[in-house]
Write a protein that binds this ligand. Structure first.
Ligand code: UDP
Length: 373
């Protein structure tokens, strides 16, 4: 057991997800001594993959890497080679299959329109009728962006089961992620760079954490004083409200339940991602993992993703960034700003709906800021 005053590390990093791993990697390169701990029994946070039947199973939901930033793309390519997977999810709504994101294929499947002019005419008419100039919530945003048919077929029910709230109670920005496109292009993302790391995401995490001390099955809150005493500074990537013992109130999160199933067939749905857009199904999507890597295994593994209410016994996956929660978060953020020796980063500590590339960018920025002090 170490003495309380014996600071063995420069940084104690709480959480071995992407933020913590990038931070640890960069600081180790700068000759800082890091210890990375995680409460789970593995490293990698939510990008962790479990290999079963020769298939990399995205244990905590589909992770598809995409970015427009060449620096971030080059950064991850140091640790893995990416395949040429392009995310082209399908949507099942009221018994019919559609292409996503909303593009000329979808419009043909919805209305039989064949040219951009025809499709635009339908959408613009609906936007004129149901849209508003300055949308104040997700429903208004969707109606103003894509019209009524798209909203009702693909967005309303999916969103309400995903977030457990009415679309009118959710912030508009959530839906800005969904492009509307007048070409026959099923690529879900607009970014220049996209793919899945060959060998799975664990390859990246192993590369980032290579040569760094790590400990799994360690719950920071069970031994906080002792753990904090080990290092000059703490990098905390967990829930920010939990860090402050919920003193300004509890932030809301959305949780997920993943139901993994092994199927004795080689191909279950012919695509990596199928969204289930209506309320007939409690899950929002089925992932068939082998298709992320063009797998030829004789069996297949699928995962149904069920959104769930969050409570303190469950994993928090998504922050719910509505006005009430943002107000609470601001108080925690203010207090966090005044703490010289604690660095807050990642989806849960920054209470932001980050994608992987944004988390990496945020960790790199933080390291640069600190190194320039
Ligand atoms: N969304 C939707 N229908 C879909 C896919 C997404 O209405 O078929 C909405 C939904 O509100 C969701 C948001 O768009 O929360 C972002 O979805 P995306 O798939 O980009 O996010 P992820 O859950 O993968 O982070």
């Amino acid at each position: 057991m170490l003495e309380v005053n014996e600071k063995k590390y420069d940084y104690l990093i709480v959480g071995a997800g992407l933020f913590g791993s990038v931070f640890a990697h960069e600081m180790t390169k700068r000759n800082k001594k890091c210890l990375v701990i995680d409460k789970r029994d593995h490293l990698g946070g939510n990008v962790y993959c479990e290999k079963k039947e020769g298939i990399n199973v995205h244990k905590y939901g589909a992770h598809i890497f995409h970015t427009n930033d060449k620096k971030i793309w080059d950064y991850v390519n140091q640790f893995a080679t990416f395949n040429n997977y392009i995310n082209s999810p399908l949507s099942l709504s009221k018994g019919k299959l559609y292409n996503l994101p909303f593009n000329m294929n979808t419009f043909y499947q919805l209305w039989g329109t064949k040219t951009p002019e025809e499709a635009k005419a339908v959408i613009n008419e609906q936007i004129a009728k149901y849209g508003t100039k300055s949308p104040k919530n997700l429903e208004e945003q969707a109606l103003s962006l894509a019209g009524k048919d798209i909203y009702e077929t693909f967005i309303k029910e999916y969103t309400e089961k995903q977030w457990g709230k009415k679309a009118t109670e959710l912030p508009a920005f959530i839906i800005k992620r969904l492009p509307v496109r007048y070409t026959y292009d099923n690529n879900y993302f607009n970014d220049i760079y996209q793919g899945i790391p060959i060998g799975g995401y664990n390859t990246i995490i192993e590369g980032l954490l290579s040569g760094i001390e790590t400990k799994t099955n360690i719950d920071f809150f069970e031994d906080r004083v002792q753990l904090e005493s080990l290092a000059d500074k703490v990098v905390y990537t967990g829930k920010i409200d939990e860090f402050f013992d919920y003193k300004y109130g509890q932030l809301e999160y959305r949780s997920l339940r993943f139901e993994h199933e092994l199927k004795e067939i080689d191909n279950y749905q012919g695509n990596a991602v199928v969204n289930y857009n209506d309320s007939e199904y409690a899950f929002t999507r089925i992932i068939e993992h082998k298709h992320f890597e063009f797998g030829k295994q004789p069996k297949t593994i699928i995962t149904r993703e069920y959104p769930e209410n969050w409570d303190r016994t469950k994993e928090a996956y998504y922050p719910i960034n509505n006005d009430d929660n943002q107000r609470i978060y601001k108080k925690y953020k203010e207090e966090a700003k005044g703490m010289q020796n604690i660095i807050f980063g990642g989806r849960l500590a920054e209470y932001r709906y980050y994608d992987m590339h944004q988390i990496i960018a945020s960790a790199l920025t933080k390291v640069t800021e600190i190194s320039e002090l």
